[in-house]
Design a protein around this ligand. Structure first.
Ligand SMILES: NC(=O)c1ccc[n+]([C@@H]2O[C@H](COP(=O)([O-])OP(=O)(O)OC[C@H]3O[C@@H](n4cnc5c(N)ncnc54)[C@H](OP(=O)(O)O)[C@@H]3O)[C@@H](O)[C@H]2O)c1
Length: 273
């Protein structure tokens, strides 16, 4: 698509906002001078201008007024304030893209004209390194072009899945919080490695390279996770011994409990907005 004439706005340029900004800059024909970023931190804005050559503003209203696509990347508890601020500058020609966790499209729509296009996304942290997963849902006003834009935006650094909004809480609990589960597994395996006598650096290498290699196999091989697991498990061997402890102690149940609890929390958070 040709984006030469489109002006993009990002409201809130913290951790995620910056990752989205970097993704935007990777799209062909998106020019830094057509990207407007606003944040309440003026120092952050100066740094962003120096680093990415984008336009910076500390007025959300002005940003909304001059841009065609507005990406909301503030914290969920700041969304209401921002929407109240910008609502009069949004018309049905504009597209609102929100990455705020737990903020439903109907909440955003309640501040806007019924015909405004709204897209809700749930990216995850590996977007930062090109291996993100972003779940996307759109309201009925979203056009094919707008849909393609969001797909392109989040595909430059990962994969995109289009879902029904009623699955967003589950997405949040699986792929949104998922990186933390893997980091935790890495942390506990490293702790065990140090208990076995490896120093911190060695433990880190042993565990992280194992996770990276396994993730790469999951990604590249035509076998499922279950099949790959079975392939490295020889009868009576060490892997089988460890896995039998996981099965006996019902690791699956622990994961299920944890992920269900994350999903419930996502539901709760969307209610208290
Ligand atoms: N981090 C993740 O892995 C992840 C994943 C998926 C979705 N998300 C979503 O992404 C959003 C941003 O998260 P984050 O971790 O990037 O948060 P963050 O680092 O706190 O970024 C939010 C930024 O918005 C600024 N801000 C606050 N109020 C503002 C206002 N009224 N106008 C303009 N800017 C304002 C904040 O400034 P101050 O710091 O000065 O308040 C901050 O720089 C959240 O809604 C979160 O749910 C995050």
């Amino acid at each position: 698509m040709n984006y030469d004439k489109i002006k993009f706005g990002i409201i809130g340029c913290g951790n995620m906002g910056q990752i989205v900004l970097e993704s935007l800059l990777l799209i062909k024909n998106v020019l830094p001078e057509n990207i407007f970023v606003s944040d309440i931190d003026k120092k952050k804005l100066q740094l962003l201008n120096k680093k990415y050559f984008v336009q910076t503003l500390n007025c959300n209203k002005e940003l909304t007024n001059i841009t065609n696509i507005i990406i909301l990347a503030v914290k969920p508890q700041q969304i209401k304030l921002v929407l109240e601020e910008i609502r009069h500058f949004i018309n049905q020609e504009k597209l609102i893209v929100s990455i705020a966790a737990g903020v439903k499209m109907c909440f955003i729509e309640s501040f806007l004209n019924k015909k405004v296009s709204v897209i809700r996304c749930m990216p995850n942290l590996p977007l930062k390194v090109g291996f993100g997963l972003t779940a996307v849902c759109c309201n009925k006003n979203v056009s094919k072009k707008q849909n393609l834009f969001v797909k392109e935006l989040f595909s430059v650094r990962g994969k995109v899945i289009f879902i029904n909004e009623n699955k967003m809480d589950s997405i949040t609990a699986i792929s949104g919080s998922g990186p933390a589960y893997i980091f935790y597994i890495s942390e506990i395996m490293q702790q065990i490695a140090t208990k076995f006598g490896f120093n911190k650096k060695e433990a880190e290498l042993l565990v992280n390279q194992t996770i990276l290699g396994s993730a790469q196999m999951l990604n590249l091989s035509c076998f499922s996770a279950k099949e790959l697991k079975e392939a490295v498990t020889s009868k009576g061997g060490t892997t089988q011994q460890a896995l039998s402890v996981f099965y006996k102690n019902q690791l699956l149940k622990i994961f299920l409990k944890a992920i269900k609890s994350a999903k419930n929390r996502a539901k709760e958070l969307s209610k208290i907005l």
